[in-house]
Design a protein around this ligand. Structure first.
Ligand SMILES: [Zn+2]
Length: 235
């Protein structure tokens, strides 16, 4: 099983690794990785795998049968190769900032309106957010975004840790995603925005809300009863 270095240290931009296997010349499994595989509403990372002086661009990272597979743009890597991994940090850091922003906004909306998030999709340049607020009121939504921006100017730490499943499920707010209940694991990874939110989550996050900066509301959509959608982006 690949060691998931990004879960402990989301700021790791480089790492050595060993090639465990290569399928069809292009799908690479490593002993450890800094590349986040697409999942949980967070897009996959991109970057490079470097062997000697040759660079293989990582174009897709996914989880297949529990294994993290890195798709590279050319063939040549072989089992047992010693390689260096380099993350496309600009892309990842945006995703980290918008992922943590999404948790903070979900917590804020839930606290103020009781709304549950029914879906959220991060993209490199915007975030889409679905929730089941009973009344659709654009100025009200805008006021929550203003509140969120105020929150992002405060020195609020974010931390992540494992908790035994039983203990984690006692935290009332821990699973806010109405649909996506985590699979049956003995421990859950908790992402905590101190004083604001605790979520079971496998994504990569920043360490302080101030790193988000400010966000801008791009668009709101009324998709019908119990399905409202907003789009926002990092400034
Ligand atoms: Zn999340």
């Amino acid at each position: 099983m690949t060691k998931t270095l990004f879960l402990d240290d989301s700021y790791l931009k480089k790492s050595p690794a060993r090639v465990v296997s290569v399928k069809d010349g292009k799908y690479v499994i490593l002993d450890q990785t800094i590349f986040y595989p697409k999942g949980g509403g967070q897009p996959h990372d991109t970057g490079q795998i470097i062997k000697d002086n040759k660079t293989y661009n990582v174009v897709y990272v996914g989880k297949f049968s529990g294994e993290i597979s890195h798709e590279v743009d050319c063939t040549g890597l072989q089992t047992d190769d010693k390689v260096n991994l380099v993350l496309n940090w600009e892309r990842r850091y945006k995703l980290m900032r918008s992922h943590t922003a999404a948790h903070a906004i979900a917590a804020l909306l839930n606290k103020e309106t009781g709304a549950l998030i029914t879906g959220n999709q991060l993209e490199e340049n915007h975030v889409r957010f679905d929730f089941n607020i009973p009344k659709f009121d654009k100025p009200l939504l805008e006021s929550y975004l203003t509140k969120a921006n105020k929150l992002f100017s405060t020195n609020t730490p974010v931390k992540w840790y494992e908790l035994p499943r039983e203990e984690a499920l006692k935290i009332p707010s821990v699973i806010k995603m109405a649909k996506a209940f985590p699979p049956n694991l003995p421990t859950l990874r908790i992402v905590e925005i101190v004083g604001i939110d605790k979520q079971a989550d496998g994504g990569t996050h920043i360490k302080n809300l101030q790193e988000i900066g400010k966000i801008t509301l791009l668009k709101t959509e009324n998709k019908g009863k119990n399905n409202r959608r907003i789009y926002f982006k990092l400034n």
